[in-house]
Design a protein. Structure first.
Length: 415
RNA sequence: GUGGCUAUGGUGAAGUGGUUAACACUUACGACUGUGACUCGUACAUACGUGGGUUCAAAUCCCACUAGCCACCCCA
C-alpha cells in the first residue's frame, strides 16, 4: 500500500471543490454586504492562546488539540477554532485604537484530534465572522440575520436557527447553583456522564441525549427565566430586532456551549440531515474574551460555519462548469493552427480545449462530448486552405461555417 | 479513548471451499478510412486490505493486524 493521507484529513477533489467555491463565494458576497472585511491569521498559534480563550477544562483543550513543541521549544498548536486567533490579531495590532467597532470574517482549516465520523474530520474548515465593539443587541440580531441570509443565498432552507441566552457573570453563577439544586435530587436518574459533569459543567445535562436524562431534566429551571435584568432585556431586544426583519428563529433554552467564553446570546443553525452532527453553524456573544486576552473592554459576537457540513447539504452536480469550445484538429499543420487559435481565444476569456496526442477525429469528438463542450470547431487540410471551418453546436448538432480568425469564432460562440 | 459494521479492478458490485473471479459503469481503440451523444465489437484484476492458520483445496472458514465508515464522548 502506498502512502495515504492522515486519518481525518481529506482531499477535496475536482468535482467537489466547485461546491466549496460556491460556498466561499456566497460567504464573501453576503458578509461584505453586511460590512465585514476578511482577515487572514496564522494556522499555528501559541498553545496558551487557546488554553486561555477556549477554557482549560473544555474537551477541546483537554484532549483535542494538535499541540507540539517546535525547534525553538515553543509550545504551539494547530488552531482548533478561529475566534481566538482573530481576537489575538485584533489586540496585537491594536485595531481597536483605529476603530473599536470591527467586523471581520475569515475562512480556513481548523484542527481537532477527534475520531472522525460523518461531518466531522480532524482537519475541517470553518467560515467565521466576528464583530467587536458593539454591545447593543441590534448587532446580535444583525449577525443572526446575516447568517440566515448566507443559508438562504445557498438555497438551503433546511437548517433552522436556534437561539438562547447563557446569561453573564452576573446571573449565570446563581442559575448554575439553582440548576445544581435541582439536579442533585435527580442524580440517580442521570447518566454516568451527566453525573460526572455535575460539578464541572452541570448545564450540559440539559443538552444530554440519553432518554433518562431528558425525562429527569424535563422540569429543570431554565436559564432564560433566571437572567438578570440586563441580560433579559438584551435577549428580548435581540428577538424584537429579529422579528422586525422577519428572521426566523426558534428558542432552544437547552442549548449550551462547549467553549467557555460565551455570554448572553448563543445560537446554532441546526439540521436533521447530517446524522449525529446537527450543527452546521454556531456562535454567540463573548463579552469577556477580549479583555481576558489582554485587550480593552470591548464586547464581541461571532459565529463559525462548518464548511464540510454545509457542503454535505449541497448537491455537487449543480456547480460544474464546462468549456465553451473544443477544437478538433486533423494533421500536423491543423494542430499547430488549433494550438494558436486556442491560445488566442483563451486570452480573450473563452475556455478552450483541444487534443494533445494527434488522436483520431472520433476520439477528439468523443472527448469534446465528454467534457460537455458547447461548441466544436473542426480544422483539417481543406479548412486550412479555405480559411473557413465548420463550427458545431454540440447540443443541437447544428453546424455553421466560420472564418478561421479569433474574432469571428468568438462572435459565433456568443450567439 | 470506547463500541458496532465493513474491507473483491479506476468505480458500483456478484461470488460463502473446488478447474477461465459474473455483471454494470468508467477508460482506450474500432465498426462510420473527416463529426460526438444511441448501438455493436474488442481490450483492461500477475488475482480478492495485510500477516498467519485450518484444509488435498480458500476471495470464500478461524485468528491477529491495519484501514474505512457509523455511533458514543464532544463539537462546526
Amino acid at each position: 500500500m502506498s502512502i495515504t493521507a492522515i486519518k481525518g484529513f481529506n482531499d477535496i477533489l475536482p468535482g467537489e471543490v466547485e461546491k466549496w467555491h460556491h460556498i466561499e463565494a456566497a460567504a464573501r458576497d453576503v458578509f461584505s454586504r453586511f460590512g465585514f472585511s476578511e482577515i487572514r491569521v496564522p494556522i499555528l498559534e501559541k498553545t496558551d492562546l487557546f488554553a486561555r480563550s477556549i477554557g482549560d477544562t473544555t474537551d477541546i483543550v483537554e484532549k483535542e488539540m494538535y499541540s507540539f513543541i517546535d525547534k525553538g521549544e515553543n509550545r504551539i498548536t494547530l488552531r482548533p477554532e478561529g475566534t481566538a486567533g482573530v481576537m489575538r490579531a485584533f489586540i496585537e495590532h491594536k485595531l481597536y485604537a483605529l476603530d473599536p467597532l470591527s467586523k471581520l470574517y475569515y475562512m480556513g482549516p481548523m484542527f481537532r484530534y477527534e475520531r472522525p465520523q460523518k461531518g466531522r474530520y480532524r482537519q475541517f474548515h470553518q467560515i467565521g465572522a466576528e464583530v467587536t465593539g458593539v454591545a447593543n443587541p441590534k448587532i446580535d440580531a444583525q449577525v443572526l440575520t446575516m447568517l440566515s441570509r448566507f443559508f438562504t443565498e445557498l438555497e438551503l432552507d433546511e437548517p433552522t436557527l436556534e437561539i438562547n441566552s447563557l446569561g453573564c457573570p452576573e446571573c449565570r453563577p446563581a442559575y448554575r447553583e439553582t440548576l445544581k439544586e435541582f439536579l442533585r435530587l435527580k442524580l440517580d436518574a442521570l447518566c454516568e456522564d451527566c453525573c460526572r459533569r455535575f460539578e464541572t459543567n452541570p448545564l450540559r445535562a440539559l443538552d444530554c441525549k440519553v432518554e433518562g436524562c431528558k425525562t429527569a431534566t424535563a422540569g429543570a429551571p431554565a436559564m432564560l427565566e433566571h437572567l438578570c435584568t440586563g441580560c433579559d432585556t438584551h435577549f428580548a431586544s435581540t428577538r424584537e430586532y429579529l422579528e422586525l426583519v422577519s428572521t426566523r428563529y426558534r428558542i432552544n433554552n437547552r442549548m449550551v456551549r462547549g467553549l467557555d467564553y460565551y455570554t448572553r446570546t448563543t445560537f446554532e443553525m441546526v439540521t436533521g440531515l447530517l446524522g449525529a452532527q446537527s450543527a452546521v453553524a454556531a456562535g454567540g456573544r463573548y463579552d469577556g474574551l477580549i479583555s481576558d486576552l489582554g485587550g480593552p473592554q470591548v464586547t464581541g459576537i461571532g459565529f463559525a460555519v462548518g464548511v464540510e457540513r454545509v457542503a454535505l447539504l449541497l448537491d455537487a452536480a449543480k456547480f460544474s462548469s464546462s468549456p465553451d469550445l473544443f477544437i478538433v484538429a486533423l494533421g500536423e499543420q491543423s494542430e499547430r493552427r488549433a494550438f494558436s487559435i486556442a491560445c488566442e481565444l483563451q486570452a480573450r476569456g473563452v475556455s478552450v480545449e483541444f487534443d494533445y496526442d494527434g488522436k483520431s477525429m472520433k476520439s477528439q469528438m468523443r472527448r469534446a462530448d465528454k467534457l460537455s463542450c458547447s461548441f466544436t470547431l473542426i480544422i483539417g487540410e481543406s479548412e486550412l486552405a479555405s480559411g473557413k471551418a465548420p463550427l458545431k453546436e454540440m447540443a443541437t448538432g447544428v453546424q455553421t461555417e466560420v472564418t478561421l480568425d479569433t474574432d469571428s469564432i468568438a462572435n459565433h460562440l456568443k450567439s
